[in-house]
Design a protein around this ligand. Structure first.
Ligand SMILES: C[S@@+](CC[C@H](N)C(=O)[O-])C[C@H]1O[C@@H](n2cnc3c(N)ncnc32)[C@H](O)[C@@H]1O
Length: 166
């Protein structure tokens, strides 16, 4: 019985934090991320990836195995701390604890990873479009699990969709 309250608190911290701002914490599967970075979009040391809603940093960790630099934006400070610990030995993978709608993409950004939810997808794509315009460049966007009809679909592999946003 005594264990119930701590469990509820943990669930509130992990999932309740983003109840009104975006997708809750659910990590992408390692094998799926590897598939995305090989079969959908061949990520390399030429890439700078942004993970919008970085979770525990797993996407960045795998991106670093292919030589890509990255920054992950995570709103939940507890999950962001877990990601920082996971990525502590990886020089080119950083975590910013912030609402990603208020984050300005770095100039070197090439590709954006999104595992949001259907409710927010169009808002997230508008944010990416705004940043692409500000930087005057075309960004590739990898969306996990959710499709949008508003942007040009370049490729689909399993549950992944690859878009180009100008
Ligand atoms: C479905 S998880 C995906 C985590 C990671 N990208 C992955 O694929 O493993 C979504 C994450 O986005 C975070 N998040 C939701 N809305 C956010 C926002 N507006 N700004 C920053 N992070 C947000 C949540 O806290 C959660 O950790």
């Amino acid at each position: 019985m005594n264990i119930v309250i701590p469990i509820i608190l943990i669930l509130v911290v992990l999932f309740g934090f983003t109840a009104f701002t975006g997708a809750p914490y659910v990590p992408s599967l390692k094998s799926e991320i590897k598939k995305a970075f090989t079969k959908l979009y061949r990520i390399s040391s030429k890439d700078f990836l942004i993970d919008l809603g970085a979770g525990d940093g797993i996407v960045q960790k795998i991106a670093s195995e292919y030589g890509a630099k990255s920054v992950g934006i995570e709103l939940n400070p507890i999950i962001a701390t877990i990601a920082k610990i996971r990525l502590r030995k990886i020089k080119n993978a950083k975590i910013v604890t912030k609402n990603f709608y208020n984050y300005k993409f770095p100039r070197e950004t090439t590709v954006v990873y999104v595992f949001g939810d259907s409710r927010d997808l169009s808002k997230i794509f508008k944010k990416i479009e705004k940043e692409a315009k500000r930087l005057s460049k075309t960004l590739k966007v990898i969306s996990y699990g959710f499709e949008t009809k508003d942007y040009e679909l370049l490729k689909k592999v399993g549950a992944y969709f690859l878009y180009e946003v100008r």
